[in-house]
Write a protein that binds this ligand. Structure first.
Ligand SMILES: Nc1ncnc2c1ncn2[C@@H]1O[C@H](COP(=O)(O)OP(=O)(O)O)[C@@H](O)[C@H]1O
Ligand SMILES: [Mg+2]
Length: 261
């Protein structure tokens, strides 16, 4: 499936990433238009995190490239916000919740410029938005997993970006964090922002996202969820994981999506 997207906010072209000569992503091509909430879905080891890291220039590419707003990341870095997978972060470094959120402001300031009162005000507002105002001075190591995830979200908001790339923000969080996150993502989308979220839970994928990218080392499909969230394409993505797939027709039906049988 290769729908041509006019003026994509994110464009990935012929992207291949290998780790020690083993491909993690193979010849990936897709584009994402402005103002959609996109789920990147696929089994464990499918290359979802690698895709986000390649877009952020955090892993070397064997071929191809990713563009944001029609430019290379370096030219538009401040407009792109990355929220890494929580487990990939060393939470022992000494910083308060507010310090972490303020990191979202440095790009605007330049690393060596002093933060302004407005920066601090915005950072506190973002903490309030995620329900953590009272935890501003708490060391992040002392926060729960869900609270840490919300601090990350607040940092991303503080950056006031136009494209958000988030790796598994719903993994292992409490119900309140899940709800807050989902609401925020919807608000960002309604403001015309573009949000790309790695998500491994099929049960909620079609409910949460407007668009879906199905990935398993290769790109299986991408597009509006009604076109992509079909039993055939999910089967192609998940292969032999049949226990999981037993429910796929049911899932698609629940979402009132077209089911081809
Ligand atoms: N730094 C790395 N070095 C070697 N192999 C890696 C590295 N990171 C990921 N991989 C491998 O690349 C594949 C894709 O990983 P990843 O992008 O993390 O998948 P996902 O996020 O979909 O679970 C997996 O087989 C994983 O083991
Ligand atoms: Mg991952």
């Amino acid at each position: 499936m290769t729908t041509a997207i006019a003026d994509p906010v994110l464009e990935v072209h012929d992207l291949t990433v290998t780790y020690r000569q083993k491909p993690a992503l193979w010849d990936i091509d897709f584009g994402i238009p402005q103002g959609v909430l996109v789920g990147v879905v696929g089994p464990n080891g499918a290359g979802k995190s690698t895709l986000i890291k390649a877009i952020m220039d955090l892993v070397p590419t064997a071929s191809g490239y990713a563009n944001c707003f029609g430019q290379s990341l370096d030219e538009v870095r401040q407009r792109v916000s990355y929220v890494p997978q929580r487990e990939s972060v060393d939470w022992d470094f000494p910083a308060s919740a507010l310090d972490v959120v303020l990191m979202g402001r440095y790009g605007k300031r330049g690393l060596f410029r002093r933060l302004s009162n407005r920066d601090r005000r915005v950072a506190r507002e973002c903490l309030r938005t995620v329900g953590l105002e009272a935890f501003a001075d708490r060391q992040i190591a002392q926060l729960s997993g869900g609270q840490q995830q919300r601090v990350f979200l607040a940092r991303a908001l503080a950056q006031e970006a136009d494209l958000y790339l988030m790796d598994e923000p719903f993994a292992g969080v409490d119900a309140a964090t899940e709800r807050t996150t989902l609401e925020l993502l919807g608000e960002l989308r309604d403001q015309g922002k573009t949000i790309v979220v790695v998500h491994h839970d099929l049960q909620t994928a079609a409910e949460y996202f407007d668009w879906i990218v199905l990935l398993n080392t290769r790109l299986v499909a991408y597009g509006p969820k009604a076109e992509v969230f079909t039993p055939e394409l999910l089967q192609e993505t998940y292969g032999g994981s049949l226990t999981l797939l037993a429910n796929v027709s049911e899932l698609a039906r629940k979402q009132n999506l077209p089911v081809r049988e």
